[in-house]
Design a protein around this ligand. Structure first.
Ligand code: EPS
Length: 388
């Protein structure tokens, strides 16, 4: 295994830790670029009070010296500021006295119930603390380093929100992937259409008033990828599969599409497949459409990768759903925990990080290389070899 990452940490525990292994040496890494992404993850209408508490300041514990990666594992740390208020509840020391804020009534749609049974936890706080999307903070921190790795190879990642609840933005984006975030980040919901932004903001306000939650859809785009990442040769090497796994590992994501996605099922082959046209160099080809979303036969085609994900509404409702108190066996309203109303704008930023981590891995899998100099040379030579 050449490239991998792991995370640890509970939502109200001491902090979050992440380890990223397998990046080449010589990649410039600064806290500034990590914090830029951390800030983007915290934003968006519909986020809860926690975002005002946490600074999400990242500490680099290892793997970077004088601003450059060493080629050794990179360890990152984020202290949870909120731990101060949860010290007695989340302590790791042995303790047998009364415990505050126990969770006995599972939230429908959350990990609480199945997780409690699976791990034999009577207090489902033992489940929700780790199943919480708080963990995504450290994934974004790790992803920001993978993103820098890709950027140095001229690969750009951007995202935008295309639906919140019943409000959809079906417009095509008209800017390059490199410019996409500078437009989307101006919107309170990370949507590139002003009219849809307004309608989405009202949808969030309405849900908030009603103690309800919202899901939505977002799109992550990646430009500049070399041809041939992933493979058709074995089931677990297909690019869609690797991306699908990463995106479906994100809390509340229920579906992932590439390019036309589900829409293509209702269309004819002549409307779906991207035709080849003669390219500038003899024997090369070019495309005049990108319906495949940059993947054919489990491999990148060099076209912009277009990933779309659907997120279900969050399962912590301020106006709670019916549930059962598992200690008393009586019907009760579900547990209420401070949470967000809508986290689709944040999920889009997290999606960018997940894409960076998967694609970073696939580039190293195909190209290899222990230093940036080596990887950079190989990627450029490879791109030059098939120049379109
Ligand atoms: C958080 C993600 C969400 C927030 C959490 C902080 O996690 P969950 O999936 O558990 O809803 O709710 O905030 C809190 C747990 C809190 O105490 O407010 C994040 O992205 O940082």
């Amino acid at each position: 295994m050449s490239f991998r990452f792991l995370t640890a940490g509970e939502s109200h525990g001491r902090g979050l830790v992440g380890i990223l292994e397998g990046l080449p040496s010589g990649l410039e890494v600064t806290l500034e670029m990590i914090h830029l992404q951390m800030k983007r993850r915290k934003l968006g209408l519909g986020r809860g009070a926690r975002q005002k508490i946490e600074s999400d300041e990242v500490e680099i514990l290892s793997g970077v010296r004088f601003g450059k990666t060493l080629g050794s594992p990179i360890a990152l740390l984020i202290w949870n500021r909120d731990f101060q208020a949860w010290k007695d509840i989340m302590q790791s020391e042995p303790y047998e006295g009364p415990v505050r804020r126990q969770v006995e009534v599972p939230r429908p749609g959350h990990a609480d119930w199945a997780g409690g049974i699976k791990y034999d936890h009577q207090d489902m706080r033992n489940v929700l603390e780790r199943s919480s999307a708080r963990e995504t903070a450290i994934r974004v921190a790790l992803g920001s380093i993978a993103r820098k790795f890709l950027e140095d190879l001229d690969i750009r990642i951007g995202s935008r929100v295309t639906r919140i609840g019943s409000v959809q933005d079906s417009s095509e984006f008209r800017v390059s992937v490199a410019e996409l975030n500078s437009v989307a980040d101006l919107s309170g919901v990370r949507c590139t259409s002003e009219a849809a932004t307004e309608a989405m903001a009202s949808e969030v306000e309405r849900a908030k008033k009603e103690g309800d939650t919202l899901g939505g859809e977002f799109e992550v785009c990646v430009s500049g990828l070399p041809i041939g990442l992933g493979s058709y040769a074995q089931w677990d090497r297909r690019l869609e599969g690797r991306i699908g796994e990463a995106f479906l590992s994100l809390n509340a994501i229920k579906g992932v599409e590439i390019g036309l996605g589900f829409k293509s099922a209702a269309m004819r082959g002549s409307q779906v497949h991207d035709e080849f046209h003669p390219g500038q160099k003899e024997g090369s080809v070019c495309f005049k459409s990108n319906r495949s979303g940059g993947i054919d036969g489990g491999m990148s085609t060099g076209q912009t990768l277009i990933i779309r994900a659907g997120m279900k509404p969050l399962s912590t409702l301020m106006n709670p759903l019916h549930s059962v108190n598992l200690r008393t066996g009586k019907a009760e309203e579900a547990h209420v925990e401070r949470s967000d109303i809508c986290a689709v704008p944040a999920a889009a930023v997290i999606g960018e990080s997940l894409a960076a981590l998967v694609l970073g891995e696939l580039i190293l899998e195909k190209m290899g290389g222990d230093s940036m100099k080596e990887v950079d040379y190989r990627v450029r030579e490879w791109k030059r070899s098939y120049q379109l």
